[in-house]
Every structure is written in structure tokens, then in C-alpha cells.
Design a protein around this ligand. Structure first.
Ligand SMILES: NC(=O)c1ccc[n+]([C@@H]2O[C@H](COP(=O)([O-])OP(=O)(O)OC[C@H]3O[C@@H](n4cnc5c(N)ncnc54)[C@H](OP(=O)(O)O)[C@@H]3O)[C@@H](O)[C@H]2O)c1
Length: 243
């Protein structure tokens, strides 16, 4: 078992892909990992894998768009740990890369998961985060949500910049900035991460980056010295990206 460091991290969408790998890396560094998944069986299976390598990991059910599930996780954290140190809003979907045209329903569903859910989950957890002496919220975003990048590098990002996904991440970037301003007085630091283009079910096997490296941006944000935390910025591997 990794030596516990007393910090509790909740990661959404952590049954696979980047979320699970972030859980693995934080767990090996001594964080107590609350591994949230909408599919309970998949969450328990991922938690068992991480427990087998020495992580202190606790699976919880969280369909991120479900208010009852959110309330259940808040209650669980309150009763079990009495606080939350790190929230990683990681769960996300990209419904428009299936070769079919974007439509209003796909855009609506994407915004619900990628933007509205991180807002609702963070809002519900503010009281528990406020009890931490080093609270951090990390929103798993994307450079596809960067207006500056779309303007400058359309040749590269344009083919991936589908309306629902890109606007959901642009919205998440603005949410990050707003949260960084409004939660500062509660001692809650907030940043957004771009993991890179990573081999996962969402990123596809065509992606150049392995999941270990893709998780590193969030893990670094979660673990770096508090004075260095890039409050209110979008970060990729330690570098600031344009909004
Ligand atoms: N991979 C990349 O290249 C890349 C690049 C930039 C940003 N990102 C971001 O990184 C995050 C993780 O993506 P990934 O690449 O690891 O993709 P992934 O392997 O497809 O994992 C996505 C995770 O989100 C969960 N999820 C989706 N909808 C959910 C919902 N309504 N409620 C609860 N959980 C839900 C999935 O659960 P199920 O297994 O139940 O579907 C899964 O655990 C996403 O926010 C994505 O936008 C990824």
C-alpha cells in the first residue's frame, strides 16, 4: 500500500482512459482516490485493479448528469472523509466524431456532460473543498476549446473542432476562469488541463500520446506546490495555453 498523504481526490469518469490513469498515478503518490464511474461494475473493476497495486481507492457511482448521484457522492465524502482536497472533473464525451453530421441533440448532450455537469458537481462540493487546507479543482478541458488556438492553428485543429465538443470545452474554459475568481476567497484553486491527444476510447488509437503521459498534466496540477499552482489558467504539460 502506498503511504497515504492524507489527501482525498475525487476523479469523475475514472473507470477507464485518462481518469483511471490519473487515479493510478495519484494513488501511487499516496492520495486517497475516490474513483467515480457511472457504471458501478466498471468502477469497481477499475478500483480493484488500482487496489491490487497498492492504491487506497474507493469506487462510487456517479452519472455526472444525475443530481441524485451527485448528492450521493457529496454525502459519501462528508461521512467518510469530512473534506475533499482535489476534484478532477474528467468525465467527458465526444459524440460527433462518428462520421455523422452534428445535430442539436448531440450538441445538447455534449454540453450537459462536458460543461453543465462540472459546474453542478463543483458547486455541490464547494463546502467540502472549503474544508481542505489546499483545495484544487482541475477541469479536464482541451485545446479544442481554446479560441486563440482555433484562430491561430485552424489547419491543425479545425478537423477536430466539432461544434458540440469544441464549444463545450470553450465553455469549460470560461467556467474555469469564473470559478477561479469566485472560489478564491474560499481557498479553492482552479485550473483547466489539456492532456494532449491521447490514446483512449475518446482519443482513438490514432492518437500519438500514451495515457501515462496524457494523465501527467492533471497529476502535476494536483501535486505541485500550492504557490506554483496556475490558478485560472489552461495548462498543458506545465505550459500555459491561450484561452
Ligand atoms: N483522449 C484525448 O485525446 C483527450 C484530449 C483532450 C481532452 N480529453 C478529455 O479527457 C477526458 C477523459 O477522456 P478520455 O480520453 O479518457 O476518454 P474515455 O476513455 O472515453 O473516458 C471517458 C470517461 O468519461 C466517462 N463518462 C462519459 N459520460 C459520462 C457521464 N454522463 N457520467 C459519468 N461518466 C461519464 C466514461 O464512462 P463510460 O466508460 O461509462 O462511458 C469514461 O469513464 C474527457 O473530458 C475528454 O474530453 C481527452
Amino acid at each position: 500500500m502506498a503511504t497515504k498523504n492524507g489527501k482525498v481526490a475525487l476523479i469523475t469518469g475514472a473507470n477507464k482512459g485518462l481518469g483511471k490513469e490519473i487515479g493510478r498515478q495519484l494513488g501511487l503518490r499516496g492520495y486517497t482516490v475516490v474513483l467515480a464511474a457511472r457504471n458501478e461494475a466498471a468502477g469497481k473493476a477499475a478500483a480493484a485493479e488500482l487496489a491490487a497495486i497498492g492504491c487506497d481507492v474507493h469506487p462510487v457511482r456517479l452519472e455526472v448528469t444525475n443530481a441524485d448521484d451527485i448528492a450521493g457522492v457529496v454525502l459519501y465524502l462528508e461521512k467518510t472523509f469530512g473534506k475533499l482536497d482535489v476534484l478532477v472533473n474528467n468525465a467527458g464525451i465526444a459524440l460527433e466524431w462518428d462520421g455523422n453530421p452534428t445535430d442539436a441533440d448531440k450538441i445538447r448532450r455534449t454540453l450537459e456532460v462536458n460543461l453543465i455537469a462540472p459546474y453542478a458537481i463543483t458547486a455541490a462540493l464547494v463546502p467540502l473543498l472549503a474544508r481542505s487546507d489546499d483545495a484544487r479543482v482541475i477541469n479536464q478541458s482541451s485545446q479544442l476549446g481554446s479560441l486563440g488556438n482555433a484562430e491561430k492553428a485552424w489547419e491543425y485543429v479545425g478537423r477536430f473542432s466539432t461544434v458540440g465538443y469544441a464549444t463545450s470545452k470553450a465553455g469549460l474554459n470560461m467556467l474555469t476562469l469564473i470559478q477561479s475568481k469566485t472560489l478564491a476567497d474560499k481557498g479553492i484553486a482552479v485550473a483547466a488541463a489539456h492532456p494532449g491527444w491521447v490514446k483512449t476510447d475518446l482519443g482513438s488509437q490514432a492518437a500519438p500520446m500514451e495515457v501515462e503521459e496524457g494523465a501527467s498534466t492533471v497529476v502535476e496540477l494536483a501535486t505541485m506546490a500550492r504557490e506554483q499552482f496556475p490558478h485560472g489558467q489552461l495548462i498543458h504539460k506545465g505550459e500555459r495555453l491561450p484561452w
